[in-house]
Ligand binder design. Sequence first.
Ligand code: DC
Length: 231
Amino acid sequence: MKTADSGSTATVVIAIDGPAGAGKTTTAREVARRLGFKYLDTGAMYRTIALHVLRQGCDLSNPDEIARIAEDADISIEFIDGAQKTCLKGEDVSELIRSPEVSKAVSPVSEVPAVRRRMVALQRENGKSGQNVVEGRDIGTVVFPDAVLKVFMTADIEERARRRLSDFSRSGIDSDIQKIAADIEERDGRDSNREDSPLSRADDAVLIDTTSLSFEDQVEKIIQNFREKTS
Ligand code: DC
C-alpha cells in the first residue's frame, strides 16, 4: 500500500477534493466513520483564519494585510471520537465558521500564499500518521500527492445550491437559492483560478458526480474504490 510518508507505521490518506456543495463534508465524515479513520476538514482551517481576519476588521482586498493579520491567528484542531473540533484562541468555532459572512471571506483569505503555506504545514502535520480521510481543494494535488485514493467529487450547480440551502435552513440561516448559487459560483471561480494550489482534479483522481447519487451511494463508491486500491 502506498503511504503518505516512509515511516514504519502505515499512514493512509484518502484525499477528497471538489467544489463547494458537492457533498464532500458529509460524505468524507461518513467514510471516515465507517472505516474507523480520522476525518480532517481542511476547509474548516481556512474558514477559521477567515473568521479571525474578519474579527480584526481586515481589508479583504489587501493580501498583505490578510497575511499579516492571519499570521497571529491562534488556530488549533482537536479530534473527538474522530470528529474535528476547530478552535480559535481556544474558542470552539466549529459552528461559527459556517456563516455566510465567513463563506464569503474565505476565498480571498485562502488565496494568500502565506496563509496556504501555514495551513498546508498544519494539514501535513495532522495527516502524517494514522489513517485519515482528508477533505479540501488541493489535497490530492498538493497536500498529500501520494494519497492511496484520490476522489474528486462534483455536482451540478443547481443541486449544490439546493444542498447549501437545506444546510442553511437546518442551521436557521435565511437565504435564497439564487443568491447561494451566485455565491458558490463566485467562490469556485476564485478557488479554481488562484495562482497558488487552485482547486483542480488530480490526474489520478476518481471522479464522482453526485448530482443524482444518494448519500449512501456516494459513501459506498468511495469505500469500494478504497478496497479495490488496497486489496
Ligand atoms: O470546503 P469549504 O467550503 O469549507 O472550504 C472553504 C474555502 O476554503 C474554499 O472556498 C476554499 C478554501 N479551501 C482551500 O483553499 N483549500 C483547501 N484545501 C480547503 C479549502
